[in-house]
Ligand binder design. Structure first.
Ligand code: PLP
Ligand code: COI
Length: 359
């Protein structure tokens, strides 16, 4: 790609955050963004990095009416010796490609996705925070533009990337969170778009999440759409349970997001000698196991959430504590190993991290 770079003038640069630990998640944005548009007949044109600022789109754009939108989430990290690493960017690019196909959108080639991110992150590298547990969150987004109210796929698209220096996703940090097992609302059904990373899935989840949060829970644990019987995933994470010495996680049946952290944890755990099962898991099996002491740990996995210990499940008016609301040893081990790879503290035997520059 021949990316046009319009740097923000020195006097217009934003002041850098002062305390990285106070960043929260997704509230601060860097100086620049990447944009590229697709026009039928012309292909992808005008790749550009320019000032992070509001842009105009037609009020009749397809994204605003029929939600033709997909996004991704990945992170950049700085190592102690100043190298800049991305974690599995090609995996995010491929997932976005698949999401685009499912949402009948023009997919962006994998190489363009990766090049856009590498170039933008290097330009705004001073924004990558270095405090423990912080990183630069990268949000690639694809939207359907055009100007027509008929229900059709857009004939024009914009792909853009914005960057946000972040601390922990949950205010608790790396501490157990409590989940509300949702048995009324559902997130996605098989045959729907649950396995695509599209904004509508999140819009559909907001009411249940808000109700759970009102009651003091961090997020909901979704059950399957048909029977409200099988565990699916959490609002912004996949879910794992430790049962005996085994790790057990729901299989990718089409209604849950194929998490990149999920896939990485499965591979990592197997390399550490754990048996991992991907299968249907009924909520009754989990509740019985918690009661009998065979379910000893639970944790969520996600780019934003990393590995997040789950301390309790609230189901049908009862609160079930897992491991006495403490971080379990396997959760801790996997968290340490994964973040050691992501922050370049440990050799990456999997080929996951990609060095893209230096501070
Ligand atoms: N499930 C949902 C609904 C999510 O939003 C996310 C976050 O991206 C995940 C799972 C975890 O996916 P990943 O590990 O690729 O970030
Ligand atoms: C991520 O982990 O990247 C997510 O997309 C989760 C959430 C912020 C939507």
């Amino acid at each position: 790609m021949n990316i046009t770079i319009e740097r923000v003038a020195e006097e217009e640069l934003k002041p850098l955050y002062s305390d990285p630990n106070q960043l929260g998640f997704g509230k601060v944005f860097t100086d620049h963004m990447f944009t590229i548009t697709y026009h039928k007949g012309k292909g992808w044109v005008e790749p550009k990095i320019s000032k992070y600022e509001p842009f105009q789109i037609d009020p009749a754009a397809v994204v605003l009416h029929y939600s033709q939108e997909i996004f991704e989430g990945l992170k950049a990290y700085v190592t102690d010796d100043g190298r800049i690493l991305l974690f599995r960017p090609e995996a995010n690019a491929k997932r976005m490609y698949d999401s685009a196909i499912r949402m009948c959108m023009e997919p962006l080639p994998v190489e363009m996705f990766v090049e856009a991110i590498e170039t933008l992150v290097n330009l705004d590298k001073k924004w990558i925070p270095r405090a423990p547990g912080t990183s630069l969150y990268i949000r690639p987004t694809l939207i359907g533009l055009g100007s027509a109210l008929g229900v059709h796929p857009a004939d024009e698209y914009m792909f853009y990337v914005i960057l946000s220096p972040v601390a922990a996703y949950f205010k608790e940090g790396f501490k157990p969170i409590s989940l509300y097992v949702e048995d009324t609302y559902i997130r996605a059904a098989i045959g729907g778009v649950g396995n695509a990373k599209t904004g509508g899935n999140y819009a559909a989840s907001l009411l249940a999440a808000a109700k759970a949060q009102e009651k003091g829970f961090s997020q909901v644990l979704w059950l399957d759409a048909k029977e409200r019987k099988y565990v699916e995933e959490v609002g912004a994470m996949n879910i794992f349970f430790v049962i005996g010495k085994k790790l057990v996680t729901p299989n990718l049946g089409g209604s849950i997001l194929p998490g990149i952290t999920r896939a990485s944890v499965i591979e990592l755990a197997r390399s550490l000698g754990y048996e991992v099962e991907e299968r249907l898991i009924s909520i009754d099996e989990i509740i019985d196991g918690v009661n009998q002491g065979t379910v000893t740990e639970a944790f969520g996995t996600g780019t934003a959430a990393v590995i997040s210990p789950v301390g309790s499940l609230y189901y049908k008016e009862h609160d079930y504590k897992i491991n006495n609301y403490q971080v379990g040893p396997i959760t801790q081990e996997l968290y340490t190993k994964l973040t050691d790879i992501q922050y370049g503290r440990e050799k990456d035997q999997f080929g996951w991290v990609k060095e893209i520059g230096r501070l």
